[in-house]
Design a protein. Structure first.
Length: 230
């Protein structure tokens, strides 16, 4: 209980739920027949977490074809285009930002898992490789957002909000890399679990983009983006 309270104090409600999900994913903490099991089953259902395979059954295909890649396609092709940011200008700006954000995560994560270098790393090297990967993704999507003309205020506001996402992501990546109970020779269960976590967290970024949009008042007035004026 003290450990759970410490997690709650550090990450808040959302982060605590994600931590619980990690343990569900990697260790099957509870039997569905008891009360705890029913609670965890409810959380899995709400967060869209599917039953996982045994540690020894995680294959290269499970990682290369992880659902995060299909989900990003769904978000960019179906979910993001249907969001409503109140004005035509904000629709164009925020949808462009989110599509670039998601596509950069897919591009770099896909490259990372396909080169399979994670298989030869110890837990410290694995952790550092993911830290470097996340930093590279952040740099890349912010660079492209700037290049296509997304207003600086939007990039900065999203950057501030994304810090929560990054803090939770890096902390949970660290915990998973150090988690001895899921130690395997080729790091497959660790990598798959990290992709599971990122899958959940990425969708949260899409959800809070509308909150960021609403927090910007007159700073965008008179600015053009793709021929549309605010």
């Amino acid at each position: 209980m003290e450990d759970l309270l410490a997690v709650f104090n550090q990450f808040g409600v959302f982060g605590t739920i994600v931590v619980i999900i990690i343990y569900i994913i990697v260790n099957n903490l509870a039997n569905d027949d008891n009360l705890l099991g029913k609670i965890l089953t409810w959380i899995k259902k709400k967060m869209g977490i599917k039953p996982t395979k045994n540690i020894n059954e995680v294959s290269d295909s499970d990682i290369i074809n992880h659902e995060i890649f299909n989900n990003i396609d769904v978000w960019t092709q179906s979910q993001i285009p249907t969001l409503n940011f109140k004005t035509d200008f904000r629709n164009a700006v925020f949808k462009k930002y989110l599509i670039i954000f998601c596509k950069k995560y897919k591009e770099h994560l896909k490259e990372y898992v396909e080169n399979e270098e994670y298989k030869n790393k110890d837990k410290f090297e694995l952790k550092q490789s993911f830290y470097d990967l996340i930093n590279k993704i952040v740099f890349d999507y912010e660079r492209e957002c700037t290049e296509v003309g997304i207003p600086k205020i939007v990039i900065e506001k999203m950057k501030i909000k994304n810090l929560e996402f990054l803090t939770i992501s890096l902390s949970l990546i660290s915990s998973l890399c150090d988690f001895e109970q899921i130690e395997t020779e080729n790091n497959s269960i660790k990598v798959k679990s990290i992709l599971n976590v990122l899958n959940t967290l990425l969708e949260n970024v899409i959800d809070y983009s509308e909150e960021v949009c609403s927090s910007i008042n007159g700073e965008l007035k008179g600015i053009y983006f793709e021929g549309i004026k605010e």
